[in-house]
Write a protein that binds this ligand. Sequence first.
Ligand code: H79
Length: 425
Amino acid sequence: FAQDIDRWDKEASEKENPNTVWFKNAKFGMFIHWGLYSKLAGVWKDKDYYGSGEWLMNQAKIPASEYAKVASSFNPVKFKAQEWADLAKDAGIRYMVITAKHHEGFAMYDSKVSDFNIVKASPYGKDPMKALADATRKRGIQFGFYYSQFLDWHEPNGGGNNWDFKEADKDYLKYYKEKSIPQLKELLTNYGNLGIVWFDMPGGLNKQQTQDLVDEMHALQPKSLFSSRVGQGLGDYRTFGDSEVPATPIKGAWESIYTHNDSWGYISHDMNFKSPEEIIHLLANVASKGGNLMLNVGPDGEGKIPYYSEKFLRATGLWLKVNGESIYESTYGLIPAQPWGVTTSKPGKLFLHVLNPPKDGKIVVPGVNSNITKVYRLTDKTALKYSLKDQTLIVAMPHSADPHNTVIAINYTGTLQDRYLNNIS
Ligand code: H79
């Protein structure tokens, strides 16, 4: 993994891949896990499998033939592509990645490659991915697909299902050739420009075969960004482990992914949603390291986004409306995390994200070696009192603080020393 970091960061500092520019500026993405598991909601034969809802088939060892029957009653009539796109827009989301096919093997789009898809096998009979691709683009949101390229529990030759099909009998290359690659081609051909193709959980291919897959797909859409989970150190940007933020800043294009509650796929009784404050802190924390936060929502089997996801995303969007300048197009904060919070940077500007307001009302910023021209609360440009002595800046907290995250902006001249410089991975 260290080698991968070297490669991406080297690219970032030498000649940045121009295709990643929009991505690095975007900062906030929406991940959507939606499939047959959304209807099952973590329950099989009255037994509750709390956890990752999209893993239910695996957790309950449901035979592929029996699981496939769920498709015949999958009818998300409440799905409204425009509502999802509008919610994303209101939440300040700049890109969306949705599961076109997760490990269960069910295609949530109109596939000619396999009949196990929402148009052929379900009463719904329409292609929600087409509608969503159109709706998001209309709102200026980059659109992309998650595709489980190796794990496919529906297929005898697909990865992962060893409760129906013996590992020893599997021909992974046949599965890639007959399903995975042809379906990826459909997705990269029939849905316009994809900002991202989000591969997940590699397997069954060596480095050369993975390179061939990447080349074949990039030939269809050279500008589309492939996630690092395509495997073998390939991909156009780095996705960290689930719910992982790197300890120190990273220059190359990367993202952290988080669930909103405890599951990617919908679980009706999972109410452990991150509050707006938690989302905003996460967003600031990830941005302070130079990355994007892609936060998941898990719509239900009828196509409704959970009430609290909608509510809390909208609250996040309201904060971003007045504080977005400190997040979008920012780079990692030149001053490392402090007891009161984190920082983000832009040329000539430092943003203090006060996540834990200090009791004495004094924000202490060490290592400030440049000339300060202005210190103000970002939302309303109210000037704040400050002092600068021995490279230590002390700012007085504004009297009415934002309950989620008060952002203080600092304009400076000259070059603020990068306090991370020798410590970047
Ligand atoms: O799509 C989401 C996950 O379903 C997928 N990647 C994210 C983005 C993923 N695939 N594999 N894994 C995650 C790692 C597998 C974790 C497991 Fe488990 C631990 C499988 C079984 C034990 C988590 C907990 C899933 C079921 C129980």
